[in-house]
Design a protein around this ligand. Structure first.
Ligand code: CAO
Length: 461
């Protein structure tokens, strides 16, 4: 505001009446300057000394979020401006939010402590305001009194995504402090202030709420009695009875277990290629028929694995047929139905027979013939899961293999390049009284070779 000399003189006259020490130079007629502010400030300072005007350092209060310093982005006031409570003072920017600081006092700005882009520290003076009441420092009681009426308006919040942190922003520091003291999660409170702002009363009401009391009550573990069913004793019978006998006998066998990884990547591709065609012929084809065929081919070369021993282990009988038992999870439990004469069957014929046995397993309609006469066994527990397994020999047989679950893993190819391979871990157990480790290892190697190069399965080499 620019004033004329006439108005300056008028002010000076008034001031002179109140104080004789006004600097007369300001009334120099030859000066055409904007002196209103200067006059006003001088007059205020003189007036203050006589009429109890107080210069208050308005400190930057805690913004929360652990913010200790902010950059001053914009001043909305300048020295000499008259401000009232709630008037915008400045906008500050932290690394988390932009906040508009508003005045807590009615008065006149006498000093801005920072220039634009300077760093203002929490707890340090931001502006000085001359008021006609109060102390010249901010006391905590003042703080609370004024904060109750005053807001720091949040204009925009950046990098704030969670509702919880958003809510922290929509209340003044003293409310945040109160919430913190009582470990209250502000995100649980619906603010009753303007724009959903959380007020001190909201926190106090929340603290009184019955739900909170229930929550705050020391958590005593509540013992809820559970209905315990009575123990049940049932006779072991049927397939389980057979299992008792077989497994007990099996554990008497000193076995040798050999495991290796088998890459089924090519087999998976082959299966995928023929799957639809097989289905058209009513045959569901899985990995199993290929493994069964590969095992049979291996047995041709290592017939000691397709043999049986008598109970005293005095005689070995080399079996002419490859009757391969398939451990199967059936309606009635574990059963090992047998695919007979696999050496004479093609992969698709094996698949057909497996399909039939699986249906019988589901329906519980195995014939006696289906369940007898096995000379070797395969267990595909990988259908259920598990990478490795140790199969259990079914005496009087002398060998069994088991498949783990297939997994795609990084492996090196012939050029030492890392490639994804679908791997199944195959383990073979053999009766070490009559089968040596080399036979079992060689058998697994041959099986591996065929599975990893599935065209070999069709050459009957
Ligand atoms: N890893 C991952 N997936 C496998 C797998 C393996 N090792 N073997 C089979 N699968 C897949 C099949 O490819 C098939 O997938 P699609 O539905 O996409 O074709 C799916 O699992 C179901 O296979 P399946 O069970 O229908 O057929 P299968 O010929 O592979 O297995 C059988 C038949 C009877 C071995 C199996 O059903 C079974 O009962 N396994 C349990 C064996 C068992 O109980 N062993 C424990 C003995 S000791 O207690």
């Amino acid at each position: 505001m620019s004033v004329t000399h006439k108005s300056c003189r008028l002010i000076a006259t008034i001031l002179n009446k109140n104080c004789r020490s006004v600097n007369k130079s300001v009334f120099n007629r030859n000066r055409h300057v904007d002196i209103s502010k200067e006059i006003y400030l001088q007059s205020r300072s003189i007036y203050t000394s006589t009429l109890l005007f107080k210069n208050i350092s308005f400190k930057l209060s805690d913004i929360g979020e652990g913010i200790r310093e902010v950059a001053v982005k914009e001043w909305f006031v300048k020295v000499g401006d008259k401000v009232s409570q709630f008037d915008n003072i400045c906008e500050v920017q932290s690394d988390k939010a932009s906040v508009t600081i508003t005045s807590r006092y009615d008065g006149v700005i006498t000093k801005l402590h920072y220039a634009i882009d300077e760093t203002a520290l929490v707890g340090k003076p931001l502006v000085d305001i001359e008021t006609d009441s109060g102390d010249d420092t901010e006391s905590s009681s003042d703080d609370e009194k004024v904060e109750k009426k005053t807001e720091e308006k949040i204009v925009k919040s950046v990098q704030q995504t969670s509702p919880s942190s958003y809510k922290k922003d929509i209340c003044i520091p003293s409310v945040r402090r109160l919430a913190k003291e009582h470990s209250v999660d502000l995100s649980l409170i619906n603010g009753s202030g303007k724009d959903g702002r959380i007020l001190k009363e909201d926190v106090l009401n929340f603290l009184k709420s019955p739900e909170l009391k229930a929550d705050a009550a020391p958590s005593v573990p509540v013992h809820t009695p559970k209905t315990v069913q009575a123990d049940r004793t049932v006779p072991v019978k049927g397939f389980q009875k057979a299992m008792v006998k077989t497994m007990t006998e099996s554990l008497k066998i000193p076995d040798f277990v050999y495991s290796d990884e088998v890459a089924v990547t090519k087999l998976a591709q082959l299966r995928q290629a023929v799957k639809e065609e097989c289905l058209k012929s009513g045959v569901k084809i899985s990995y199993m028929p290929f493994f069964i065929k590969a095992a049979s081919n291996g047995l041709l070369k290592y017939p000691v694995l397709n043999a049986s021993v008598d109970s005293n282990c005095e005689n070995i009988t080399y079996k002419s047929s490859h009757n391969i038992g398939i451990a199967m999870d059936t309606k009635v439990g574990l059963a090992v139905p047998v695919i007979k004469n696999v050496q004479d069957l093609s992969v698709i014929e094996i698949a057909k027979e497996l399909n039939r046995l699986m249906i019988s397993g589901k329906e519980g309609t195995f014939s006696a013939s289906d369940l007898t006469g096995g000379t070797f066994a395969i267990s595909n527990i990988g259908v259920i899961g598990g990478t490795y397994t140790k199969p259990v020999i079914l005496p009087p047989q002398v060998a069994i293999i088991a498949l783990g679950t297939s997994r795609v893993l990084p492996r090196f190819d012939a050029d030492m390049k890392v490639i994804p391979e679908e791997i199944i871990c195959v383990s073979g157990a053999a009766d070490h009284r009559v089968v040596d480790g080399v036979s079992m290892a060689s058998f697994i190697n041959l099986l591996k070779k065929q599975i990893e190069n599935p065209y070999l399965l069709f050459l009957n080499l």
